[in-house]
Ligand binder design. Sequence first.
Ligand code: FAD
Length: 368
Amino acid sequence: MSDFLIVGGGIIGLLLARELSSAGASVTVIERGECGKEASWAGGGIVSPLYPWRYTPAVTALASSAQKAYPELAMQLLEETGIDPELERTGLLMLDAPDSGTALEWAKGEGSAMHVLSEAAIVQREASLAAGYGEGLWMPEIANIRNPRLLKALLSSLQLQPRVRLLQHSTVSGFIQQTGQEGRAVAGVELLRNGHLERVLAEHVVVTAGAWTGDLLKSLPLDVAVQPVKGQMLLLKPAKRVISSIVLSNGRYLIPRRDGHLLIGSTLEYTGFDKSTSEEAGRSLYAAAIALVPELKKAPVIAHWAGLRPGAAQGIPYIGKLPGLRNLSVNAGQFRNGLVLAPASAGLHADLLLGRPPRVDPLPYQPV
Ligand SMILES: Cc1cc2nc3c(=O)[nH]c(=O)nc-3n(C[C@H](O)[C@H](O)[C@H](O)COP(=O)(O)OP(=O)(O)OC[C@H]3O[C@@H](n4cnc5c(N)ncnc54)[C@H](O)[C@@H]3O)c2cc1C
């Protein structure tokens, strides 16, 4: 029996497993498909919320703690596994920020580097951009990470850990409940693996099932308001590198990868658990990219995919113990920012589970 059982092997579940196991705990991770192949694979990997000043202090606190942690995490994973998550400090250029006064004030308060760029300075920074962007906001310290590689590295490092057991292609279908002198608790989960129903026991169960978290907890019955929000992305391969920074305008962004690939994101669709892509969204993303960088017209589309973000109100995740069951907790609802918030979300959760001083105030994330 493990100390901790984690349901869902996305970025949140895997990083939590890393935190707990490196503190000496035994951990079982149960994943329905392959670890790291849902939202955490589908995302863009910008290590910052888009327009970060528009978020609540609760999101900013996790983002800023995680941004500090990422360089060391990426380096450790490379050393442990030989897989480079390609954390690239490309900077973030925002070309539409009518609230730039608020943005600058926020950045000053947070100690984040942010500068206003004139039209000439924009052209100097990104010569391939379409003409006519009169003003921009530049955040030089923002990085992007190649999330599929991050997840691959994370999974490889966990596979080397003797205290971690990974059960992939195993779907959790319910919780085993018990009532003792200390009140209601869960003894473990029931899962379907290779067509068989199995029971896996643990001292503590954590649900990190991303967009599926709310549905899974309904059986208890617990109401955790996380809903799926579809995002579609395109991948282009221009003949040469056309931009060197992340560029954002009207909610659409371009992310340059180290090897010359360019990501275009993303849509925001409230269409349930449907992960299909649509020609309309593809056309709209492509048009947005060409409007920003006209020479992308010649670049072939390499891939088009969709993922389901775990949407919680205002993007504030639920992190911590659930009411009524003494050993069940949740970590989900990071919405558009699960990759950037992950190291801090997992770190905070591990602090709470292991009785360490919490790295950020846990109150705003407490599940109801
Ligand atoms: C198009 C797009 C662009 C994005 N861009 C960014 C970005 O630039 N920066 C950023 O920070 N964030 C971004 N995000 C958001 C980010 O990807 C998510 O917030 C994050 O990946 C959520 O991680 P997770 O581990 O909670 O969920 P997931 O990665 O979805 O993992 C949950 C896992 O739980 C498993 N699971 C579910 N139910 C069960 C069950 N019953 N039994 C066993 N396993 C189960 C699933 O199979 C899945 O693997 C983007 C998302 C999308 C879709």
